[in-house]
Design a protein around this ligand. Sequence first.
Ligand code: G4P
Length: 189
Amino acid sequence: MELLKERILKDGLALNENVLTVDSFLNHQVDVNLMDKIGEEFYNYFKSKKIDKIVTIESSGIAPAYTTALRFNLPLVILKKQQSSILNGNLYETTVHSFTKNKDYTLTCSKDFIKDNENILLIDDFLANGEAVLGALRLFEKSNSNLVGVGIVIEKSFQPGRDKLNNAGLDVYSLAQISKLSKGVIEFK
Ligand code: G4P
């Protein structure tokens, strides 16, 4: 998506070989007009599929997932990162390891909002190591729902996530694919 790539070059900051900061339009302040175009782009790519729900992972996936859900006119479900609650039997939950943050977290979803046989489109802001998407996939498997597509705003193609999702047989569409980062340098695939 050219508009997004131009914006990354203009306002993104490569902190080092691994981390791109996009706080001014995606992760902290949000450019709602850009999010609207991102929703349109995901809609155009995935519209031929039968989709029942748009799902994202809190928190930075919410903005692009919201505009995508609006285009599809479908509900948006937000997977939560929280402590496991053995007292709440109404949750699907799985443990996810974040390599970027070097910690585990519990990803949860109420059984009320993902149901048997539903077709899910998952939208997230970054694809790095792919662990968040694979964690979401485990929740969908527990609920007998189907992950029919994954929309990613910014993919860091030099990290292992893309290969892991390809190996899982997922249909992944990334709007910007970054092949290289280093201090002050951003290159696209
Ligand atoms: P993975 O899911 O692909 O395995 O990624 P990983 O655990 O390594 O990344 C964890 C968090 O770091 C995610 O945010 C992800 O969006 C974010 N992240 C990864 N690489 C970058 C990067 O280069 N730049 C920025 N800005 N973020 C990156 P999170 O913990 O889910 O936080 P939130 O912002 O969604 O609340």
